[in-house]
Design a protein around this ligand. Structure first.
Ligand code: NCD
Length: 304
């Protein structure tokens, strides 16, 4: 158990050598699956918050590699948590049932609490507005795959920068590598938290806050947008006010460099109209597909 690794935050996936090994394995799995790689392994998915892609891509990854899955998809209402079971007890019991646990929970830090008591690897599949490290892993892979490198790029992060855990995790990961510039495009109510900005600047990231997405689109390699996280905002009046900020119209996307890409972790609501999907720069469905292969490589590493 001494080499047991949890994936809680981007800190756990930041090592460049490890990252590139995962990406090399991902490339191999994309070309040719190894249907016996996880044979005999059982992974538990425990989701206390809604999910389509994250849970199903983990489950697809395990099963396509010959492993098996047990799952609580609506743990907030269907698990023993409703009877008052603590995360510590859930961790002890799940550790006896499965070889790894993938967990999502609305409370920041809750997955780390479960991991503290677990005796098998635990993967944070999103804890509130805090972190979503495996999304950052697949986003980083996608950037490398599409752009040839995840270094020396110009980014625009657009939308709910305050609550988007996928943006928090990806910003943290890219800031560990030299980048040209990062534009932060959000309504005033949804700006990136001060402490996060301070940390990113300390790492040398050149940040510029703006509210003009059309002005920055021609200047960037990557636009990463995310819906307004209504469930975390918890304020209908503010939601109504900001929900249509920064719609990435086809007109705007067409002004991006030809080699540029538009990313979004999905689900999207109205921030990217469907007519953008046919533009070759729209990469969110390729991004989602990469998620299965990246999670395969990650699980193979954690369970080896
Ligand atoms: C995101 C999430 O759950 O944080 N989705 C995902 O995991 N692909 C983004 C979101 O919910 O907007």
């Amino acid at each position: 158990m001494s080499s047991m690794k949890h994936i809680m935050t981007t800190e756990d996936i930041a090592d460049t050598k490890w990252l590139n090994a995962i990406f090399d394995h991902t490339d191999k799995l994309k070309t040719k699956l190894d249907p016996l790689l996880l044979k005999g392994k059982l992974v538990a998915t425990l989701f206390y918050e809604p999910s389509t892609r994250t849970r199903l891509s983990f489950e697809s990854a395990v099963q396509r590699l010959g492993g098996e899955v047990i799952s609580v998809e609506n743990a907030a209402i269907s698990s023993s948590a409703t009877k008052g079971e603590t995360l510590a007890d859930t961790a002890r019991v799940m550790s006896a049932y499965a070889d790894a646990i993938v967990m999502r929970h609305p409370e920041p830090g809750s997955v780390a609490e479960l991991a503290y008591y677990a005796t098998v690897p635990v993967i944070n599949a999103g804890d509130g507005a805090h972190e979503h490290p495996t999304q950052a892993l697949l986003d980083m892979y996608t950037i490398k795959n599409e752009m040839g490198s995840y270094d020396n790029l110009t980014f625009a992060f657009v939308g709910d920068l305050k609550h988007s855990r996928t943006i928090h995790s990806l910003l943290d990961l890219i800031s560990r590598h030299p980048q040209k510039k990062v534009y932060l495009v959000s309504p005033e109510e949804l700006q990136l938290p001060e402490a996060t900005k301070t940390l990113l600047k300390k790492r040398g990231l050149a940040l510029e806050e703006t509210s003009d997405v059309a002005a920055v689109a021609p200047l960037v390699d990557v636009i990463y947008s995310n819906r307004v996280q209504k469930e975390r905002l918890n304020n209908d009046a503010v939601y109504e006010k900001v929900k249509s900020s920064f719609i990435l119209t086809l007109e705007i996307v067409k002004t991006m460099p030809e080699h540029g890409i538009v990313m979004n972790p999905l689900p999207r609501v109205n921030e990217i109209p469907p007519e953008v999907d046919d533009d070759p720069r729209a990469c969110y469905f390729r991004q989602a597909k990469n998620g299965v292969y990246v999670r395969m490589a990650l699980l193979a590493d954690l369970l080896k």
